[in-house]
Design a protein around this ligand. Structure first.
Ligand code: ZN
Ligand code: ZN
Length: 645
């Protein structure tokens, strides 16, 4: 009698996760317990992720000669699954056979699960196929295994089989299969699965509906995601995060930020995933002020010290060009991972701080023992290129494959071409391209063409352009570059030829735009903007600045008139590149002494670059101008790039 009470007590404690009390009961049982108490303890430790202790107890159990049951196997197999103990798992699987338990569904499911969680999906499948009787746990085990490993098609086929066999899917099945639809981006399949969830009456299950929102968001159908979201009465953090991430992934950054604000107002607590999404939206929009507000929430909820959120913060500040704050957040982190290091290295690289980047790279590898990846190397090589560090660039380019086994991607080759091109070693750059072991792509020919621009090498530019146009005939960037090279050399016939080519091929030029965050929002300008409500004030400001600049002897550089291949400019006094409009708007709307941060989709033209330098002197304000790969910090008449970009 007493033994039954103790066993029940032990089982309760172990299910509650209080293993100390459970162990206490076990010890009080004198002759070291019976099979029931052993099973409870083994399962209890496994549930807590302390699989090693379960295994120790299991060995002890085998020595006692007590009767092994399906519960012993299920407990110890789930312990192996939790610690990826494949070797132990296989031994136990052998014992399952020896003791004749292989036909027991309960045990077979545990064996399958152990294999699936240890990454041995084929073994898991073999067990599944060999089963005479399967329940929905067996199907779910294999489907979720396939889904976790990214074998979406296999997961989908098995799901269809499951339905054919008349086995009812559960919320586990649906959340796995919906995540498979999301990862292959198949909206059509996703919609069919959504219908099935309604059939099965599981649509409003919290797991399932979160997975539906996530699926629609990842497949790019944000309206459907929003629809399901609005229909829900049981929203939680995961639902909000799925929706916010969906908007952020699909590039609807302003909407993502609005949703985040809405989430906070509705009293839902964000998690690491939410912070990562919203901060990446802030970074994409260079909405630094909003990013700072997000940080306040992260601090309030204690997420700022979490490695994922902290890394997102470093990345947000770096992408907004605020390296002071990025470095501060970076230094405050007790541990850092590759994502953190890549964020800070990219930030300094975009600011052209070659020495700093190489120093950080050394610290990362030598002190933190973190191996770089291809992203790290793109930034290291970019930095070498911007800083004109040819030898260092070559050294790192070789080291990445020799020391770290990373084969260079086209991006890395493009960096090298850029590096050689910028410092005028154009013939060497061409040789480098011709001797590449992989077929050069558009990025590489584009880099060579870009290099020709700085050094006005028309013949090589024509050769590179021909190769580039053959690969990317509809990409306007190359045509604009070639036209600019012609125009810089005064070869107007060439410019006309490029225009004609673009017209004949139907190539649409990219609309140049710049944006600036001010007055609770992001303001976007296109060149010769005609729609901004404060356009008149902006033009007045620019005329005033033009007047001052002339006094400083600034002569507009005509060779850049074609930077963005504008149509004939009929009203020169009112036509301005987008970056100038954005800066002027910043000057009239952002209170001093805050710097003016402007982002643009193309690179800054030479004329705007020299104008920016003068504007900082005239206004006594710092201007930070950047695109996705490069920042210029203008202050007191000079630029951080040293006019080398
Ligand atoms: Zn310009
Ligand atoms: Zn510059």
């Amino acid at each position: 009698m007493e033994e039954i009470v103790r066993n029940t007590l032990l089982d309760v404690y172990s299910k509650l996760g209080d293993m100390e009390e459970a162990w206490h009961c076990f010890e009080e049982m004198g002759k070291l317990g019976d099979d029931v108490s052993f099973n409870s303890l083994i399962a209890g430790y496994a549930r807590l992720g302390k699989g090693e202790l379960s295994l120790v107890l299991y060995v002890q159990f085998l020595r006692t000669g007590l009767r092994i049951s399906q519960f012993t196997f299920a407990g110890v197999l789930s312990a192996c699954a939790g610690i990826s103990g494949l070797v132990e798992g296989k031994q136990i699987h052998a014992l399952v056979f020896k003791t004749g338990f292989e036909g027991n569904v309960f045990v077979a499911n545990a064996v399958m699960d152990m294999y699936a969680k240890s990454g041995e999906l084929e073994s898991s499948w073999r067990v599944f196929v060999g089963m005479h009787h399967r329940d929905n746990i067996s199907w779910n085990g294999l489907i979720s295994g396939y889904s976790r490993e990214g074998l979406s098609e296999e997961a989908m086929n098995l799901f269809i089989e499951m339905l054919k066999y008349g086995v009812a899917p559960t919320h586990f099945t649906f959340s796995s299969i919906l995540s498979s639809c999301a990862s292959i981006g198949s909206l059509l399949l996703g919609m069919q699965v959504h219908c099935k969830t309604i059939h099965c009456g599981l649509e409003s299950d919290v797991f399932v509906s979160n997975a539906i929102i996530d699926m629609y968001a990842k497949c790019g159908s944000l309206e459907s995601a929003m629809f399901v979201f609005n229909e829900r009465s049981n929203l939680n953090t995961i639902s909000w995060t799925a929706l916010i991430a969906g908007y952020a992934q699909n590039g609807f950054n302003e909407e993502a930020i609005k949703l985040f604000t809405h989430m906070l107002k509705s009293d839902f607590k964000p998690d690491n995933g939410t912070f990562a999404s919203v901060l990446s939206s802030c970074a994409s929009l260079t909405a630094l002020n909003y990013g700072k507000q997000v940080q306040v929430h992260a601090i309030k909820l204690g997420f700022d010290s979490n490695i994922y959120t902290a890394s997102s913060l470093v990345s947000m500040y770096a992408k907004c060009g605020d390296m002071k704050e990025a470095s501060k957040r970076f230094s405050a982190m007790p541990i850092r991972n590759l994502v953190t290091w890549n964020a800070i290295i990219a930030g300094h690289a975009h600011n052209g701080e070659g020495e700093k980047v190489l120093e950080l790279f050394r610290t990362m590898v030598e002190q933190d023992g973190i191996a770089p990846d291809h992203v790290t190397y793109v930034n290291v090589l970019h930095a070498c290129s911007y800083a004109g560090m040819v030898e260092e660039g070559y050294w790192h380019f070789r080291s990445m494959s020799e020391d770290f086994g990373i084969s260079p991607y086209p991006d890395h080759y493009a960096c090298m071409v850029d590096l050689l091109g910028r410092c005028g070693r154009l013939d060497e750059a061409e040789e480098f391209v011709e001797s590449m072991p992989i077929e050069p792509d558009g990025v590489i020919w584009g880099a060579l063409l870009g290099a020709c621009r700085t050094h006005r090498h028309v013949e090589l530019a024509e050769r590179a352009a021909e190769r580039l146009f053959a690969i990317e005939p509809m990409n306007s960037v190359g045509y604009v570059l070639l036209a600019n090279i012609y125009s810089a050399c005064g070869l107007w016939e060439g410019v006309a030829r490029v225009r004609k080519m673009m017209h004949e091929r139907g190539v649409k030029k990219v609309t140049a735009c710049s944006w600036v965050e001010a007055q609770m929002g992001v303001h976007v300008f296109v060149s010769n903007d005609r729609v901004h409500p404060r356009l008149r004030e902006i033009h007045e400001k620019l005329e005033e600045l033009g007047e001052e600049m002339r006094r400083f002897g600034h002569v507009p550089d005509k060779s850049f008139v074609l930077q963005q291949l504008e149509e004939e400019q009929k009203v020169p006094a009112l036509s301005y590149h987008s970056e100038k409009l954005a800066v002027a708007f910043g000057l009239i709307s952002i209170d001093a002494p805050a710097p003016i941060r402007v982002m643009q989709n193309l690179r800054v033209c030479g004329d705007c670059h020299s104008a920016m330098k003068l504007i900082t002197r005239i206004e006594g304000r710092e201007i930070i101008l950047g695109n996705s790969t490069r920042f210029h910090h203008f202050n007191d008449g000079i630029c951080s790039c040293g006019d080398y970009w």
